[in-house]
Design a protein around this ligand. Structure first.
Ligand SMILES: [Zn+2]
Length: 527
């Protein structure tokens, strides 16, 4: 098994830090842990977990990552800035040491104008800050990558100083010098020339590109072509302003077009799934037209060359979409779908036969056409697969639920009350719960109804709840998709519900959340 990434080429993901700067993204620590797991499935070499010194949530991420994340491939990196002007490296960088990350990506000013006008210090002190910080972290046993911020602008303004920044960091022990197009204004040919000139000095170079000219992916590939051996980017290109380099596009191009295996063998096929799962966790609708992974990326308009496409699909597509976990939409995607479902079944310890797999494919297609999404709701997928195999446990059977929302104009309060009627272990149970919202009330009532029969529920908590309006297929009414994440303190699982009514969608997701939780704890169903 592939255990550690080769060091010759670094695929470095910064979704959790730079990507989360995108307007509208707000990732909880649970989201971040879940995204890290998906990125690890894809096989990126490095995951930048955040900036523990600037953000308490990121410090918590690193704390929890130590016990809750077991990464197969990726290593975690913490992001931070150099010590303050005239500061003390040991004190200023304590949070990076405490993060426990084996790698620190240290951001430093490489543009003299930023040194003087933004940092308000001298050229000399900036170099001392870089030297001291790198030496200190190396002394603590951490590996250091240097993000040379505004490098390309700095190189244009004062080439000697920009290069001096790299040299000082390298001499102090930084492994990789990452040239950042922080303002994202570069174009591929000019950028390639600069990278080639710097690589010629014998330094190990990385690239960090922003997409303000729509060239972040092209710039990253141009830099790699010029000798960069470390590329930073984000899932789906998320990032502030126009975004960062889309790491998925970079990786797909390197592997399929340039013959460079930068992921562990067999992982590129995860690209589509991971892209969609991260989008779900970030609560951003996946872009159907996103290159490589979008659902339309290999779709062909019906009527146009259909027979020719069927006869020889390669005539109409730049790669075989199955390679990146996508499929051509005109044709039945039996093969891709079948392989994925067999793989997932095996991962769950289930061995669905051919007929079952075919039924599951149909079922998933039907459900996805009415708004379900299983890419980020693997627990719901498992229940679906088990249902088709006749192995879905029924811990309880719903008779009905009802929710009342009470508004009290006297004090402005709004209270929700839910009643659940169900059957479990041969008994009929009626329970009523209150909550600050209808879903919360429903959850309370369901737990009240079940807690005596299933004390294991006490260990489970809903840790995340996301609602999205999705437009139905074929011009039908829009529906609500609810994603629920549940935790038992050490693991999390995700479930999905879809309905025109948000409470009904929530009920489905809740019912599956607890069913899946009990199943995970090995609880026997009464039938
Ligand atoms: Zn950036």
């Amino acid at each position: 098994m592939f255990t550690s990434p080769p060091d010759e080429f670094h695929v470095y993901d910064t979704t959790l830090r730079d990507g989360s700067q995108r307007e509208g993204i707000s990732l909880s620590v649970n989201d971040k842990l879940a995204i890290a797991r998906h990125l690890d499935d894809l096989g990126v070499g490095f995951i930048e977990g955040g900036w523990p010194g600037a953000n308490p949530k990121d410090a918590e991420f690193f704390r929890r990552a130590r016990t809750e994340l077991s990464l197969r491939t990726a290593q975690l990196a913490a992001f931070g800035s150099t010590r303050r002007p005239h500061g003390d490296a040991a004190a200023d960088l304590a949070h990076l040491r405490e993060s426990g990350a084996g790698i620190v990506t240290l951001v430093a000013k490489a543009d003299v104008r930023h040194v003087e006008r933004a940092l308000r210090t001298t050229r000399r002190e900036n170099l001392a800050m870089i030297r001291d910080s790198v030496l200190h972290l190396r002394g603590e046993g951490q590996r250091v990558f240097l993000d040379a911020e505004h490098f390309f602008d700095g190189y244009a303004t004062d080439r000697a100083y920009a290069l001096e920044v790299l040299r000082v960091a390298a001499e102090a022990g930084a492994d990789v010098l990452v040239l950042c197009d922080t303002n994202g204004g570069m174009l591929p040919t000019q950028l390639a020339d600069v990278v080639a000139a710097v690589v010629a000095d014998g330094l190990r170079i990385g690239i960090h590109a922003h997409d303000d000219t729509s060239c972040a992916v092209a710039n990253s590939l141009a830099a790699i072509d010029s000798g960069a051996t470390h590329v930073q980017g984000t899932a789906n290109g998320y990032g502030e302003r126009s975004g960062n380099a889309n790491l998925f596009s970079v990786v797909a191009a390197l592997e399929t077009k340039l013959g460079r295996q930068v992921l562990p063998p067999g992982r590129l096929v995860e690209l589509g799934r991971v892209s969609h799962a991260v989008a779900e966790l970030a609560n951003i609708a996946p872009d159907p037209h996103q290159p490589w992974v979008g659902s339309s990326a290999f779709a062909h308009k019906a009527g146009l060359h259909v027979s020719a496409i069927k006869a020889d699909p390669d005539l109409y597509q730049h790669i075989d979409p199955a390679v990146v976990g996508n499929d051509m939409r005109l044709l039945v995607s039996e093969l891709a779908g079948r392989a994925t479902i067999e793989l997932k079944g095996r991962a769950l310890g289930l061995e669905p036969d051919r007929d079952t797999v075919a039924r599951v494919i149909d079922r998933v297609k039907d459900l996805e056409s009415v708004g379900y999404s299983f890419e980020a709701a693997e627990a719901s997928f498992e229940l679906l697969l088990r249902a088709e195999m006749g192995q879905r446990p029924r811990y309880f059977e719903l008779e009905s639920w009802r929710v009342i929302v009470d508004s009290r104009p006297t004090d402005g309060g709004v209270v929700s009350e839910a009643t659940v009627k169900l059957h479990a272990k041969g008994e009929r149970i009626v329970a009523t719960g209150e909550g600050n919202g209808p879903v919360n009330a429903l959850d309370t009532a369901l737990r009240l109804a079940l807690h005596q029969r299933y004390p294991e529920l006490a260990r489970m908590d809903l840790v995340d709840y996301k609602v999205r309006i999705v437009s139905g297929a074929h011009g039908t009414e829009a529906v609500t998709r609810v994603m629920v994440q549940t935790s038992d303190g050490s693991t999390q699982w995700d479930t999905v519900g879809v309905h025109e009514n948000v409470i009904a969608a929530s009920w489905q997701a809740l019912e599956e959340a607890y069913t899946s939780g009990l199943l995970r704890q090995g609880v026997q169903a009464d039938r």
